[in-house]
Design a protein around this ligand. Structure first.
Ligand code: UD1
Length: 422
């Protein structure tokens, strides 16, 4: 997808058939980039996706004194980190992407002070920072808010502590894990997130010399070390992009082989797609999703990993919009994540929202219309809706989609869809 594209024009209906390649995960690459601040010298990240958010994080790291080089052909990024990185992340960058907050833990633990503008990012709920702050305070940091910035100080370094997260927040787990690796003593964090992205980040930290036990479980035990050394790490494949392709195959009654896709990171979503009527088979380097009938409606409840991912919730609602029967989709992670439902209704979907439940009655086919993307995943969900709509659907504000899906329009065309950047 070209830079600054503003809309995608989709002519439906489409049937997607063929092969697609999944590259590194946005939600992992951004955190690996931020965590590089922990190790002075040249860190190397492989399989980094070519998406707008990666460019924003690269920009942020450059402002913090790093030299970042990204070879878009090989998808290899090098990050040369100075002995003492900067400690202030300005509003102008942070407001564009919530994951900027991931520099907080690494900067505080390395420099003893961090001043980070309060983040922006997707408009999908309140997304507080209270768990991040409570954990840093438990490790001895003094945290205050001034002029829209969070200011965290630990001039003598952080100190290991034992505490529990009130909710297994992905961002808080990452920030606190990256802070604890250089703290004095042992930090034990209970009720942590178990997403594959957390495991990926932990493995990168371990390759830098960090001492972490319990990755992928609900408790992390981190023994602080004096310093970390630059390392090389390959980003894990994008679980949400992979899941998006799997939903697209089912909705369009298509047949897609997803190269590089990890079926083991999507057990629940794939079980749901099988319940909807899909046939999922593993291949040598990914898996294949085939569907030869209208999908059956599927009830879904989002939950932290290994539950059904909230980032695939828009795809689940879209699938149910054209399914046989009716279903309830419950959102348990982000409170305001049904905003795109009104857009979907413009295409003829029959959806009623009540609090964090959406009840959907499937219709045979949607009908193309202009709609607007409100965040990355809602945007992708609307594109899938366009594929199962009769006529032309224009998805406005497609820059949201570029933040998470490299070459989405080109990949869709290669699978047989009629999609143009408007
Ligand atoms: C990450 C992902 C996002 C995904 C989400 C849940 C990135 C860049 N983004 O977001 O795509 O949808 O995980 O899988 O990786 N919360 C608080 N206080 C806090 C922290 C979180 O109340 O201190 C709340 C949030 O408002 C939200 C819930 O906890 O309701 C989950 O948030 P969290 O897991 O932290 O999501 P992110 O890390 O922001």
């Amino acid at each position: 997808m070209a830079e600054n594209s503003s809309a995608l024009r989709i002519v439906g209906p489409a049937r997607l058939v063929g092969e697609v390649m999944v590259t590194g995960a946005k939600n992992s690459a951004l955190k690996l980039m931020a965590a590089s601040l922990l190790a002075p010298g040249v860190n190397t990240l492989q399989n980094v996706p070519q998406i707008a958010d990666v460019d924003i994080m690269a920009d942020l790291l450059s402002r913090l004194g790093c030299t970042v080089n990204f070879d878009r052909n090989t998808r290899v990024m090098t990050i040369d980190v100075p002995q003492t990185p900067g400690h202030r992340a300005e509003y102008e960058l942070v407001r564009r992407m919530r994951a900027s907050i991931n520099v907080l833990g690494p900067i505080l633990t390395r420099v003893g002070i961090a001043e980070i503008s309060l983040p922006g990012g997707d408009a999908i709920g309140s997304r507080g920072l209270d768990f991040h702050i409570a954990g840093l305070e438990a490790m001895g940091a003094k945290v205050s808010f001034e002029h829209g910035y969070i200011i965290a100080k630990a001039p003598d370094g952080l100190v290991g502590a034992e505490f529990e997260l009130a909710f297994p927040s992905v961002g808080a787990t990452e920030n606190l894990m990256t802070a604890a690796v250089l703290a004095k003593g042992t930090t034990t964090i209970h009720n942590v997130a178990r997403e594959p992205d957390i495991v990926d980040l932990g493995e990168y930290l371990i390759s830098m010399g960090a001492k972490i036990e319990g990755l992928g479980s609900t408790t992390l035990v981190i023994q602080g070390v004096e310093s970390l050394s630059a390392a090389t790490h390959a980003t894990l494949p994008d679980r949400i992009v992979t899941g998006t392709w799997a939903f697209a195959a089912v909705m369009t009654q298509g047949d897609i082989t997803i190269k590089g896709g990890r079926a083991d990171h999507l057990e629940l979503p794939l079980d749901k797609l099988v319940a909807a009527g899909a046939v999922v088979t593993t291949t040598s380097d990914g898996f294949r999703v085939k569907m030869d009938r209208r999908p059956t409606a599927i009830d879904i409840s989002t939950l932290p990993y290994p539950g059904f991912p909230t980032d695939l919730q828009p795809m689940a609602i879209t699938l149910n919009s054209i399914a046989q029967g009716s279903a309830i989709v419950t959102e348990n992670v982000f409170e305001a994540r049904f905003m795109f439902v009104n857009e979907l209704k413009r295409l003829g979907a029959k959806i009623t929202v009540d609090g964090h439940h959406a009840s959907i009655i499937g219709v045979e086919q949607l009908s193309g219309a202009p709609v607007a993307a409100t965040d990355i995943r809602a945007g992708a969900g609307l594109v899938l809706a366009g594929l199962v709509s009769e006529g032309i659907t224009i998805v406005e504000d497609a820059f949201h989609i570029e933040r998470g899906y490299p070459n989405f329009a080109a990949d869709l065309c290669a699978l047989g869809a009629d999609v143009r950047i408007n």
